[in-house]
Design a protein around this ligand. Structure first.
Ligand code: HEC
Ligand code: HEC
Ligand code: HEC
Ligand code: HEC
Ligand code: HEC
Ligand code: HEC
Ligand code: HEC
Length: 411
């Protein structure tokens, strides 16, 4: 495997700078909360929101956003370490086993039952709704481990972007995964090495999962103000989402829900009110025929290409999604959100279905789960990889799914 060497001298200087800066900046002012946050001044961390926003804080813990990355443990890793269920076979004599050893959790490559390579689980990516991928540390670099986990197949699978018949540990991972799946990681530097850019990290400075300030922006001043003015009931020193234009509202979600982009600034600093053009090097193509876009990642382009968005001036992601509550697959609740604009739709086939079937599930017909071409996972006994099924955000009329829906209600 290739090794990446960086200049120690440069790192040392940056490190000293960071230390001195953070010391100056974290000096508590009068009335200012003192908790130091890795992101520096202005940020305070989610623990500080508990007192005043208890409900939100509590329900948020169960969401996919909160759990979208984590440090590895037998709880955060959804696959099994039990003997008999802990291996992925590449060929009859080649396998990777997931092993709990005295010094941690490992992926271990074997050939003819001889151990060849072993690397510890370093980072868990994915809340475990559908799938998880795992990364490992090698000095200050991050690589993808060979085996991932598919929740729907309930099986260890070959990691996306690795060949199906070989054990590989060499996919270098840059900051992108962390930016969309987390709140912060400290990047010490980036270097061009051969064909590619290589990111160097400080693995002790990571905030896993999305925290409150990942969406709401730095909130230390807000906490400080309200702590010393308990009589004030109007939110101060925090962006007011409802007062943003619709474009700025969807931009907040689209920083992560519009696929991958070349960035000129890290989206870790994205605050409500910012626009995508402050972060992405080129504009996102919207409009036109979006129905062919992959259902993975492109929620922004798909919803803004739908008639509901185009013909109403108010539809945004939060018309349907409550960002603090896990409402996944709760079709009845989500269908009520459609009904806020579509009160009395008459369907030509209404007579074929029980009275409540249509009202409690608009979703399966108008936003069906479709196969992703980008995310496919290969199980060991199969020749081909299976696609992840993801809800399309191109709201439309899908005759095939309508037929299936009507069929499934016949008995
Ligand atoms: C000392 C009490 C207090 C603390 C601590 C606190 N807030 Fe608030 N916050 C308030 C009050 C009061 C309001 C206004 C009433 C409301 O909307 O609940 C508010 C409102 C908000 C709003 C709504 C803004 C809008 O659009 O109306 C957001 C977002 C928010 N807080 C985020 C946070 C975050 C993030 C934290 C933790 C970093 C936090 N708050 C900690 C008191 C507090
Ligand atoms: C920092 C990047 C980021 C931002 C900002 C973000 N998301 Fe996400 N979102 C993700 C990732 C990553 C996942 C996949 C989580 C997982 O299961 O690991 C996700 C998952 C979701 C899901 C699926 C949840 C589930 O339980 O099935 C919804 C819905 C969603 N996001 C809506 C939103 C909305 C609405 C906004 C804006 C208010 C938003 N997201 C902002 C990164 C982000
Ligand atoms: C541009 C933002 C973005 C980047 C970069 C990104 N992801 Fe994601 N990822 C998402 C979103 C959004 C979802 C969920 C929605 C979807 O699938 O459309 C997701 C879903 C996932 C899931 C499934 C989660 C679950 O529990 O169902 C895994 C695993 C995952 N990503 C791993 C990775 C890894 C590993 C990387 C880096 C190589 C990465 N992602 C880079 C945005 C991103
Ligand atoms: C995925 C992005 C995201 C995350 C993470 C997030 N919020 Fe929010 N929050 C929003 C959005 C968007 C709104 C506005 C919702 C609306 O007006 O429809 C909001 C609204 C609020 C409000 C005021 C309105 C309300 O719903 O009561 C408070 C208070 C708040 N958030 C606090 C928090 C706290 C505390 C956390 C962490 C525990 C948190 N938020 C995490 C996106 C997020
Ligand atoms: C904020 C209001 C709003 C919400 C919420 C909303 N829609 Fe719409 N939708 C519209 C408008 C406006 C149109 C355009 C109607 C027209 O052309 O007369 C539309 C059009 C449609 C169409 C026709 C699409 C086409 O291409 O002809 C369907 C189907 C639809 N909506 C289903 C849904 C479903 C299902 C939901 C919930 C998941 C939903 N809508 C949520 C406002 C909304
Ligand atoms: C008209 C209603 C509506 C709007 C607007 C909407 N969504 Fe959704 N979204 C849904 C429904 C319904 C589901 C499927 C049920 C579920 O998985 O919770 C869903 C699912 C998702 C998922 C999970 C997809 C999967 O299968 O893994 C993500 C991610 C998501 N939405 C993000 C967004 C983002 C980001 C926006 C704004 C750009 C947005 N949504 C706007 C209704 C909506
Ligand atoms: C069994 C599948 C199915 C279900 C469930 C369903 N729809 Fe439809 N919808 C269709 C089909 C197919 C059409 C095309 C017109 C027709 O056949 O009546 C349509 C048409 C529409 C239209 C466009 C009407 C027009 O005249 O342009 C809207 C809006 C709509 N549906 C909204 C909804 C809402 C809101 C719900 C949930 C309360 C819902 N649909 C439930 C399949 C479905």
């Amino acid at each position: 495997m290739q090794r990446y060497k960086h200049s120690l001298a440069i790192t040392a200087i940056i490190f000293i700078l960071v230390l001195t800066l953070s010391q100056c900046l974290s000096k508590p002012e009068k009335g200012m909360a003192t908790t130091a946050d890795l992101r520096g001044t202005g940020y305070i961390g989610s623990a500080a929101c508990t007192n005043c926003h208890q409900e939100i804080h509590k329900s948020y813990l169960a969401t996919a956003h909160r759990n979208t990355s984590a440090s590895p443990s037998t709880a955060s890793i959804k696959g099994s370490f039990e003997s008999g269920r802990n291996a992925f076979h590449y060929r009859a004599n080649v396998k990777v086993a997931m092993e709990q050893r005295s010094n941690g959790l490992f992926q271990v490559a074997y050939m003819n039952d001889q151990e060849k390579q072993a690397f510890p689980f370093g980072v868990v990516v994915g809340s475990g709704r559908k799938a998880q991928t795992y990364l490992y540390w090698y000095d200050d670099n991050v690589f993808q481990l060979p085996v991932s986990y598919s929740v729907w197949a309930k099986a260890w699978v070959n990691s996306p972007s690795y060949p199906a018949d070989k054990v590989r540990f060499d996919r270098l991972i840059n900051i992108g995964c962390f930016e969309c799946h987390g709140s912060y990681i400290e990047r010490k530097g980036t270097q061009q090495e051969g064909e590619r850019m290589v990111d160097y990290f400080d693995k002790t400075k990571v905030i896993y999962g999305m925290d409150c300030e990942r969406c709401h922006g730095p909130a230390a001043e807000h906490v400080s103000f309200h702590s010393s003015h308990p009589e004030e009931k109007q939110a101060q020193h925090i962006a007011l989402y409802k007062q943003l234009s619709r474009q700025r509202q969807v931009d907040l979600c689209a920083q992560c829900h519009s696929g991958g982009h070349t960035t000129k600034n890290s989206i870790f600093s994205f605050k409500p009110g910012d626009s995508l053009s402050q972060y992405f090097s080129s504009a996102i193509k919207t409009g036109g025929d979006v129905s062919k876009l992959d259902v993975h990642g492109n929620q922004y382009q798909l919803i803004t290409g739908s008639q509901c968005y185009i013909k109403s001036n108010v539809l945004s992601c939060t018309s349907c999604h409550n960002p603090h509550v896990q409402e996944r697959e709760n079709m009845a609740v989500l269908s009520q959100r459609c009904a806020s604009c579509h009160q009395a739709v008459t369907h030509s086939f209404a007579a074929k279905l029980p009275a409540n079937a249509i009202n409690t599930n608009c979703i399966d017909c108008h936003m069906p789960a479709l196969p992703s071409r980008a995310i496919t996972l290969k199980q060991e006994e199969k020749t081909n990889a299976d696609p992840n099924l993801i809800r399309t955000h191109f709201i439309s009329i899908y005759p095939e799914q309508t037929k299936q829906f009507i069929e499934s209600h016949k008995n």
